[in-house]
Design a protein around this ligand. Structure first.
Ligand code: GLV
Length: 323
């Protein structure tokens, strides 16, 4: 009998049909995202799960899925999954690193430039009809912050952080970085986190969300940032204390921010960052290009196919389950 695999969303890419031929595949067709309660009922009796970062895979869910043999997430981040609980059950978890590196670095840079040069704010200004004879080109009209020649602090010098560093070099920036494990990257000066925060005109976050990085940029760290600095976050919202960030942006301590990720997504209407004109906001689209999303989907499918065929997943977060 074919094993049952549940896919929590329709996926792009070319390989999903291969998966369909290898298992009894059931795909959630929407509308919208699969509600957690439905996920639970759909999954009883399933052997495999292909999910998104919007699906919470926790112990309660795993307890309801005694037959589960693998999970493959179409994401590089796996903070939505209780990895330890999976590992304890000997269940491999696949993810999709690598293919989204440049796309995500582009998003970080887009937000950095947009925040520095007030692009979203200026766009709103024009569309509102506020660009009038009385309120037009003037020496200080919509002045922002220079990127060229400024110092960029990269928090987390993994693949995405390094791709951001390459872009920054093209803009003539000085690049400094902090990483938990020592790293040597040409053109990048390694600093402690506190040193980085004190000297950077721009800070871009590229660490994964884990116990050690939750609230890494809390009120006291934000307080160490250079006056007038810009913060960019394309990693995970939970890494930054959003209330402390909003306070620093509101009182002028920081000049702007570019934020793609939030502690709670979709972002809540009362999130204080939404009320600030100097915050450029995007809805978690760091890896959102047609090409990259297709590559991520194919990678998630490749992990699922390997698991179905009794092979090691090409990208496995907890490879110790194979020991
Ligand atoms: C996106 O945020 C991802 O983790 O893939």
């Amino acid at each position: 009998m074919m094993r049952k695999v549940f896919v929590t969303h329709q996926l792009p890419g070319g390989r999903i049909h291969e998966l369909a031929q290898l298992c009894d595949m059931n795909v959630w067709m929407g509308p919208g995202l699969l509600p957690a309660s439905r996920l639970r009922s759909e999954l009883a009796g399933c052997h495999g799960l292909v999910c998104l970062l919007t699906d919470r895979i926790d112990k309660t869910l795993l307890d309801a899925m005694p037959a589960l043999q693998f999970v493959s997430s179409m994401s590089v981040g796996v903070d939505h999954v209780d990895v330890q609980a999976l590992s304890e059950r000997g269940i491999p978890l696949g993810n999709t690193p690598g293919v989204l590196v440049d796309t995500t670095a582009d998003t970080a840079f887009a937000l950095l430039l947009a925040a520095a040069r007030r692009v979203a704010e200026a766009d709103r200004f024009v569309r509102r009809g506020d660009w009038t004879e009385a309120n037009a080109w003037a020496p200080e009209f919509f002045t922002g912050k220079d990127v060229s020649g400024a110092t960029l602090g990269i928090v987390g010098l993994g693949e995405i952080g390094q791709a951001v560093a390459r872009r920054a070099a093209g803009f003539g920036m000085r690049v400094v970085a902090w990483n938990r494990a020592p790293r040597e990257v040409p053109g990048v000066e390694m600093l402690t986190l506190d040193e980085l925060l004190a000297c950077s005109d721009f800070v871009s976050i590229h660490v994964a969300l884990a116990q050690e990085t939750r609230n890494l940029l809390d009120a006291s760290k934000i307080g160490l940032m250079k006056p007038g600095a810009v913060l960019v976050n394309t990693a995970r919202g939970g890494i930054v204390d959003e209330n402390a960030l909003a306070a620093a942006l509101a009182n002028g301590r920081l000049s702007a921010a570019g934020i793609d990720v939030f502690a709670k997504e979709p972002v809540l209407a009362d999130n204080p960052l939404l009320a600030l004109p100097n915050v450029v906001i995007t809805p978690h689209i760091g890896s959102a290009t047609i090409c990259t999303r297709a590559l991520m989907a194919d990678m998630a499918v490749a992990n699922a196919i390997a698991a179905l065929q009794g092979q090691v997943m090409p990208c496995c977060v907890n490879p110790q389950v194979y020991d």
